[in-house]
Design a binder for this molecule. Structure first.
Ligand SMILES: Nc1ncnc2c1ncn2[C@@H]1O[C@H](COP(=O)(O)OP(=O)(O)O)[C@@H](O)[C@H]1O
Ligand SMILES: [Mg+2]
Length: 279
């Protein structure tokens, strides 16, 4: 069995990458999939939102954070895995990833490093799905994550003023796909940008159907632009204050239902929260 690898990416910060990957990881658990979340963003947002740090001693945080993947010789990902209250396992992030980015030196080297680790490790292949949260900075680490991914999901801020970077991101994914193909890395697992969707991260960034239609027309990515967007919700923020994803906090709310729809589009499934939740 091989774990499917799903990375979230957009070089724009604050567009909903972490919120999305956390909701998708959680939905994956509720959907019965053995799930691992890797926090590959130096800002550690997914780690903090998963509320794992408070249960770990500082020395353990040092020994277990994701930077150790780049320091251990040979790397042993299973030694870094921690459990979360939400049912998925995690490899926690670290601010030191900024430094790890520097030893990855060039993009081609970076891409080989992470892919070999993720595809060949026996413990990691016990998972059905491995989700990778990435930061907004374009560099070797982001390249490595995208090259390693089977599926890439790109959330975007919703308004037309916020979308220029999102429009550039498919070209970045394409570049990563070419690196994977050029280096003959796992030819049976091409990188695919499976979903672009919009997320109203603020009340100002209202989604208009114009933006969605424009994206659909502009991209030659059939089916990749979702008609569903995640609406702005104060409940999403409120849930986060209690370290809860919106799918747990308010499963019937519009944003939770939007995440379920997009999840089903990504995984070609028919999962529903009814039965999985009682909110
Ligand atoms: N639909 C939404 N409604 C309200 N707030 C949101 C929504 N989506 C994201 N946010 C908020 O926007 C901010 C940025 O989201 P985040 O997922 O951290 O983005 P990124 O990981 O791309 O930087 C967070 O504070 C998050 O709580
Ligand atoms: Mg983030």
């Amino acid at each position: 069995m091989k774990a499917e690898i799903i990375a979230v990416g957009n070089q724009k910060g604050g567009c909903g990458k972490t919120s999305s990957i956390m909701n998708f990881s959680r939905l994956s658990v509720l959907d019965g999939k053995k799930t691992l979340l890797i926090d590959l963003d130096p800002n550690e947002s997914a780690t903090i939102a998963s509320d794992v740090l408070s249960g770990l001693l500082p020395t353990i945080i040092e020994e277990k954070n994701v930077c150790n993947l780049f320091k251990q010789d040979p790397p042993d990902p299973s030694s870094l895995i921690v459990e979360t209250k939400d049912g998925y396992d995690m490899i926690i992030g670290s601010m030191d990833l900024v430094v790890a980015d520097q030893f990855l030196m060039n993009e081609s080297e970076a891409s080989k490093y992470l892919i070999d680790l993720l595809y060949d490790d026996e413990a990691l292949n016990q998972y059905d799905r491995i989700f990778i949260d990435t930061g907004g900075r374009v560099g070797p680490m982001l390249t490595a994550a995208i090259v390693a991914a089977d599926k890439v999901i790109t959330p975007s801020k919703a308004s037309m003023y916020d979308t220029p970077q999102t429009k550039r991101f498919p070209a970045f994914v394409e570049k990563c796909a070419k690196i994977k193909a050029r280096d003959r890395l796992y030819m049976d697992r091409p990188v695919e940008l499976v979903k672009v969707f919009f997320n109203e991260v603020s009340e100002r960034a209202a989604t208009t159907s114009d933006v969605i239609v424009e994206f659909m027309q502009e991209f030659d990515l059939p089916g990749a632009v979702s008609e569903t967007f995640v609406p702005f919700s104060n409940e999403m923020k409120r849930g986060q204050a209690f370290n809860q994803t919106i799918v747990d906090w308010r499963p019937k709310s519009a944003p939770a239902q939007a995440y379920v729809k997009i999840y089903n589009e990504v995984f070609n499934s028919n999962f529903t929260l009814e039965g999985a939740n009682n909110g």
